[in-house]
Design a protein around this ligand. Structure first.
Ligand SMILES: *Cc1c(COP(=O)(O)O)cnc(C)c1O
Length: 243
């Protein structure tokens, strides 16, 4: 290990512990929060280190970055989450290689994912990405359009995809209270969707990253997406893709 290599095993343990504390403080069970280790721009060896330590849940935000990690991507012991924006013309490969997609934001994309999932003989779990703070630089559905979008999606009865909840990138703010409020808003939206649709499996809230996952857990996150706090910093230019 060189001086610059992050201590991935220790970092994973520490993040897990912080999640457990945040969950207990909020009266929740630590096991109700899934830790997605975000491996984007990180070498394959880092994924292998995490796997050797018993971690099997990973996230990537581009297809290319993910495909660079085959066969770790296709190892049945691993659960992979696609967390980046996805263009419809790239949807074909996602259901074959990923268990979850966090960034559904168009019916056209949903149709493509459904077709591809059927071809791959699999079911893809999907979350709707919500632009909770109406940030013009971010992808996702506006809060006000989520109900109508989900109505249309469910009415289309697309085979091969299962609508399981909502995802957001929390508001970046100097005041943690503002970030937390954006997570609370996603939880409320999730609750209203669950009540409206009566779909049993509509219960996931993907929210919280390295800098704010404890706030997200306090507000009900069932999945947190943590990259740099586990694997170390990425080159700054690569974070342009974070929308
Ligand atoms: C990169 C990324 C993350 C992880 O970000 P960190 O701040 O490194 O934890 C989480 N979610 C999405 C959508 C990302 O693109």
């Amino acid at each position: 290990m060189t001086a610059n290599t992050p201590d991935i095993v220790a970092n994973l343990a520490s993040i897990r512990q912080r999640i457990a504390i945040a969950a207990k403080t909020a009266g929740r069970q630590p096991d109700d929060v899934r830790l997605i280790a975000v491996t984007k721009y990180m070498p394959r060896a880092y994924v292998e280190t995490a796997m050797a330590a018993g971690h099997h849940c990973f996230g990537e935000n581009t297809l290319q970055g993910a495909m660079n990690k085959q066969p770790l991507l296709d190892a049945p012991c691993n659960e992979w989450h696609f967390i980046g924006h996805l263009q419809t013309n790239k949807a074909r490969k996602v259901p074959a290689h990923f268990n979850w997609l966090h960034t559904l934001d168009s019916l056209k994309l949903a149709g493509k994912l459904s077709e591809s999932a059927l071809l791959a003989d699999t079911t893809l779990n999907v979350l709707l990405q919500v632009n909770i703070a109406s940030d013009p630089d971010k992808y996702g559905l506006d809060t006000q359009s989520v109900h109508a979008f989900a109505d249309d999606l469910l009415a289309a009865k697309l085979a091969g995809i299962r609508l399981c909840g909502l995802m957001t990138i929390g508001r970046r703010a100097a005041d943690p209270g503002e970030t937390r409020a954006s997570f609370a808003a996603l939880r409320e939206l999730g609750d209203s969707c669950a009540a409206r649709f009566g779909v049993d499996h509509f219960r996931e809230l993907s929210m919280g990253m390295s800098n704010d996952f404890e706030l997200a857990v306090a507000e009900g996150a069932t999945m947190v997406r943590v990259g740099s706090a586990i694997f170390g910093p990425r080159p700054a230019s690569n974070d342009q893709t974070l929308k």
